[in-house]
Write a protein that binds this ligand. Sequence first.
Ligand SMILES: Cc1cc2nc3c(=O)[nH]c(=O)nc-3n(C[C@H](O)[C@H](O)[C@H](O)COP(=O)(O)OP(=O)(O)OC[C@H]3O[C@@H](n4cnc5c(N)ncnc54)[C@H](O)[C@@H]3O)c2cc1C
Length: 309
Amino acid sequence: MENEKIFEKLEPIRVPEIDEILGVPFKVLDDGFIRVIDYLGSDQSIVQAARVSYGRGTKKVSQDRGLIRYLLRHRHTTPFEMCEIKLHIRIPMDAWRQWIRHRTANVNEYSTRYSLAIDSTQTTEPDQWRMQSSDNKQGSAGFFDTEIGKEMSADEKFLHDKAREIYSKRVEAGVAREQARKDLPLATYTEAYWKIDLHNLLHFLELRMEKNAQLEIREYANVIGNEIVKRWVPIAWEAFEEYILTSKEFSGFELKLLSLLANGKKEEVVEAAKEYGWIKYKDDKITFNMERWEFEGKLNELNIPIPWQ
Ligand SMILES: Cc1cc2nc3c(=O)[nH]c(=O)nc-3n(C[C@H](O)[C@H](O)[C@H](O)COP(=O)(O)OP(=O)(O)OC[C@H]3O[C@@H](n4cnc5c(N)ncnc54)[C@H](O)[C@@H]3O)c2cc1C
């Protein structure tokens, strides 16, 4: 056969760093966890798949690293879909409700129609009650005083205990589990098996490790990223951290402003921002503009003074 010379005997791909933690739970929140059940592929599988499109070429580790970084930078995503991971997670239902919005995974969740609801709810320590952010309607900023928090935690306990008591009473009376559960709090833990490919997992991590994601789901995402993906596909993880997680996006207009700033043209920047509608005044005070506020955040991170302040 003409093609025979290009076929080689393949060894199964295993990653010792992940094999070591298979089945071992990483604790998250007060009673949640994440553990790896199974996985398919490694950094090598990404390279192997990409070489089908780019030809075989050389196989030095440094070149593999360069190739993975190139693929990620240029959003050539399909080679990353060759890797898959299956996780077992235990998570409060409110965080799970956000998690389940990621449609590109395969999910099997614990059934509270079939089984009794897990007898555990996520509780909040008195110093962990977060205040509503005034800038970001979806976010929190700062913590309540612990004395106030103590009362909130006591109320929380009362509510959880009462809801569980009523649930148990209904079940004992013979109410169907599917109906008895209806008043359980969203803080009740659920469990699921969740399988996803690396491309979509990185997308999940990009959204859920981000500082604007809710703290609870962010804690799960941080464990998946820093404890699991980093061990499993260290080269892809490094590229993801570099090109996505710690990178910043700038719009065309923002780049124009940065270019003017780099050339010392601060007044032109302010004029351009006014023309663009970023700077408006009410009662001599500059009004809030979300896009401008986001740009100011990026300037702060770059230690660049805000030109209109
Ligand atoms: C900070 C934050 C705040 C949020 N606030 C809200 C909110 O207030 N209300 C709310 O409802 N949701 C909210 N969400 C959820 C958000 O809108 C997304 O549903 C969620 O993040 C999943 O993202 P995704 O669709 O990109 O991911 P996935 O479902 O995993 O999909 C991955 C990618 O696959 C493609 N894809 C998947 N399915 C389809 C499809 N049917 N058609 C076309 N392309 C598809 C898309 O490119 C998508 O980006 C919020 C998310 C975040 C991170």
